[in-house]
Design a protein around this ligand. Structure first.
Ligand code: KDG
Length: 317
């Protein structure tokens, strides 16, 4: 049995060397990257048995995605298709004062046509946690309804459903996102949201604690986690409040920090670890992610524990 099954799109990430422009670089580094597979990998690195499910084109590009993920030890459950393409994104790393530039080339990707029957519903029903994020329903109207159906089915069969708002402004507007996500909320047990998304997309006001209480009261989530970047994180679980600061880190590549946090948090919850400790592992894993190029947190549990047991600064204390 798999502890955690995640579902979403994983793309090929192409990026010029640090400092170089996409327009002029003659080399592009090639990696695989997607929020939900990033979460599966982070959870696996912390000890969970994790699988990622999706629909991919039966082509060298689709097979490259699977090969790129399997090297990290997760299982993949794929609906292969001859229709649709492999989504790609281009990433130009930011150098002050030039910001990071993300260009998506993911329209008509094979994943956008995923119906519930394309997914491994048996594995999802057998899992302890099913996870997806707000990126997935943003990709197509088919995915909006598939995500809702699969979340409801998983929850009805006793699986804990976990979801990160993960708002991406290049995919949809805040209003479109809010309307879609609030339809999904009744089918979600564990909600993760960046404080910024809670304000700008979900229309919440107040501090992180007000946000967590407001969401938990309105939608009856079992757990709400509000992430606050360098200000740390706050969780409300069954009415009890937990807080954790962020760890100081040298940032080499920030992409995937939130996914590393969520994957580690879920891995801890899967093995029965309490919420406070799960936040600590999430925070340390997120800090380590920022030191690693690529979207994926390639660490061991021992390395995470070394951060937890060291005197690395917790920057918001
Ligand atoms: O959370 C990191 C993701 O944003 C990145 O891996 C790419 O999945 C991705 C997306 O849709 O932006």
């Amino acid at each position: 049995m798999t502890d955690l099954v995640t579902f979403g799109e994983t793309m090929l990430r192409l990026s010029p060397p640090d400092g170089e422009r996409i327009e002029s670089s003659s080399t592009l580094e090639f990696r695989v990257a997607g929020a939900e597979s990033n979460v599966a990998i982070a959870a696996h690195r912390l000890g969970a048995k994790a699988a990622w499910a999706s629909k991919l084109p039966d082509s060298p590009l689709g097979r490259r995605v699977v090969a790129g993920l399997r090297q990290f030890g997760i299982d993949t459950e794929i609906a292969w298709t001859d229709e649709g393409r492999q989504g790609t994104y281009y990433l130009e790393h930011g150098t002050e004062p030039r910001g990071t530039n993300v260009i998506y080339d993911r329209a008509d990707a094979a994943v956008t046509t995923t119906e519930p029957d394309d997914l491994p519903l048996g594995s999802i029903r057998d899992a302890d946690i099913f996870y997806t994020s707000g990126i997935t329903p943003a990709l197509s109207s088919t995915l909006k309804s598939t995500v809702g159906e699969v979340l409801r089915d998983a929850q009805a069969t006793g699986v804990t459903t976990a979801f990160d708002v993960n708002y991406r402004s290049k995919l949809w507007s805040p209003t479109e996102a809010r309307d879609c996500l609030t339809d999904l909320f009744p089918a979600i047990d564990v909600l993760v949201t960046a404080e910024r998304d809670a304000r700008d997309v979900l229309g919440r006001a107040g501090d992180a604690e007000d946000i967590a209480h407001g969401l938990a009261d309105e939608w009856e989530f079992e757990t709400v986690v509000v992430t606050r970047g360098s200000a740390g994180s706050l969780a409300l679980h069954d009415g009890e409040r937990f807080e954790q600061s962020a760890f100081d880190t040298k940032t080499v590549d920030p992409i995937g920090t939130g996914d590393a946090f969520v994957g580690a948090f879920l891995a801890c919850r899967l093995d029965g670890t309490d919420v406070q400790t799960a936040l600590e592992y999430g925070s340390a894993t997120a800090a380590l992610k920022r030191t690693i190029p690529g979207d994926v947190v390639v660490v061991t549990r021992e390395e995470v524990e070394r951060v937890l047991n060291s005197d690395v600064n917790e920057i918001s204390r």
